[in-house]
Design a protein around this ligand. Structure first.
Ligand code: EPU
Length: 420
């Protein structure tokens, strides 16, 4: 078992380069199934979720060649399977998005039902009802979703009851090869969906309205090859900015885009950070001051992201003042709170709200990471705590943060990986 040993007390200072976005890389890798031509992708991050996705695509016989460091070529010209097995879907829910391209191109898909996870029950009913509206037949047998559309998918109006990111991506991919026009209503607007749509457009898809609540797709007979660079990871960007805020530091993050972080940046400014944004970098300076407490309410993009909630909980736990953090996207995304309390945080929970009384300092402790963003929040807490913390189950962080300890070390953090 690996763990991260963090000794707190150092301000984060210096420059760090942000990697390609996990939540854009995963659907774009899956979109390779929509064409028999080559897809050349750049800025692919080294993450366990990306490795799992490559394993899954290779299982379906997609040919994947790695180049240099962060580029690869995919070619799905000899797909021999349409099944996403339990062992992969269990570790990475994004695998359910293989349903759409397999159905759209081959008329069938068999994907393990992902089940619940630590941040909530996370059903996929909206994905399936959208595909059914497009003519697919779906049923569940022995833990697997079986979908078929022998005559091909047909364009339809898919109106989501609530915003769903991967649901929108699934229907968007399905619609590219469907017969006729598909209109997605109440679509999620996350920048990663726009990145996927832009890649699909390069492949020849006819898409309009990506990034708004209504997306229109005119199906085409075939998609071709393309070359695409994955957008920077806005949650990794936000995580480094949050860590610098908590540690009263001064950092510049490079290869990022402040446009996707408006809500996060405005909350960091309220916490006392001085922030300068240029085209592809953001500089944050706390001028050595303790952060001020800020209230947060998570909601779909462009509002405050649920994927930054835990990191702000870490800031608030040592901030000057009291705060309220409300989680409205996932029903159970407060698993980090009990671990933060072991470090001395003063937090109470009432349904989907956490009430935080900022304490002057935390103390290092043995803690367990329960999910990806919870791990990030525990690293931030450990960076400000007095003494040494051990963060166990570090595999969660490796799912979504590339070279986390190297990047943190370069900013001056005292963090090392230990293998038991
Ligand atoms: N939901 C349903 N039915 C559905 C689909 C979703 O009830 O058919 C519910 C979910 O249970 C949740 C809400 O709708 O309460 C929103 O879920 P959504 O479908 O938007 O989440 P997702 O697509 O499974 C993606 C990201 C998550 C991120 C959420 C919200 C990827 C691969 N994952 O998940 O990222 O938190 O959107 O922004 O894009 C992470 O990176 O740590 C992460 C969890």
């Amino acid at each position: 078992m690996q763990k991260l040993e963090v000794t707190g007390g150092k301000k984060l200072e210096g420059e760090v380069t942000i990697s390609g976005a996990k939540n854009s890389s995963l659907p774009i890798l899956i979109s390779s199934l929509l064409t028999d031509q080559k897809l050349v992708l750049h800025n692919i991050p080294h993450l366990n979720d990306v490795s799992s996705m490559i394993t899954l695509l290779r299982e379906l016989n997609v040919d994947i060649t790695m180049h240099e460091n962060i580029s690869l070529t995919t070619q799905a010209d000899n797909v021999t399977s349409w099944t996403a097995p339990y062992d992969i879907v269990r570790t990475m829910r994004a695998s359910i998005m293989v349903i759409a391209p397999c159905l759209a191109r081959f008329g069938k898909a068999i994907v393990s039902l992902p089940g619940g996870c630590l941040i909530g029950s996370r059903p996929i009913d909206m994905h399936l009802s959208g595909l059914e509206a497009m003519g697919a037949k779906c049923f569940i047998k022995e833990g697997y979703i079986h979908c078929s559309a022998p005559k091909g998918l047909k364009g339809a109006t898919v109106s989501f009851d609530n915003k769903t990111v991967t649901g929108t991506e699934n229907i968007l991919m399905a619609a590219t090869l469907a017969k006729g026009t598909t209109t997605i209503k109440n679509a999620a607007c996350e920048p990663e969906i726009v990145d996927l749509a832009n890649c699909l457009i390069k492949m020849g898809a006819q898409i309009q309205g990506q990034g708004t609540e209504t997306i229109q797709v005119d199906g085409v007979k075939k998609l071709g090859g393309a070359e695409h660079t994955i957008m920077p990871d806005r949650i990794e960007s936000g995580t480094f900015l949050a860590a610098a805020t908590a540690t009263r530091g001064h950092i510049r993050i490079k290869n990022t885009n402040h446009k996707y972080l408006k809500n996060v940046i405005s909350k960091l400014k309220l916490a006392g950070a001085e922030i300068t944004c240029k085209e592809d970098w953001i500089e944050l300076d706390m001028k050595g001051k303790r952060p001020k407490a800020v209230n947060i309410k998570t909601a779909p993009y462009p509002k405050f992201p649920t994927d930054m909630q835990a990191q702000f909980m870490a800031i608030n736990s040592i901030a000057d003042g009291n705060s309220k953090v409300q989680e409205t996207v996932f029903e159970n995304r407060f698993m980090h709170i009990d671990e933060m309390k072991r470090m001395g945080a003063d937090i109470t929970i009432d349904n989907n709200c956490a009430f935080i009384k900022g304490v002057k300092s935390l103390s290092g402790a043995e803690v367990i990471a329960s999910d990806l963003r919870a791990s990030a929040s525990l690293i931030i807490s450990a960076l400000v705590a007095e003494g040494t913390s051990n963060i166990n189950r570090v595999y969660h962080i490796d799912r979504g943060y590339e070279f986390i300890e190297e990047k943190m070390q370069r900013l001056g953090a005292n963090i090392v990986r230990k293998i038991d």
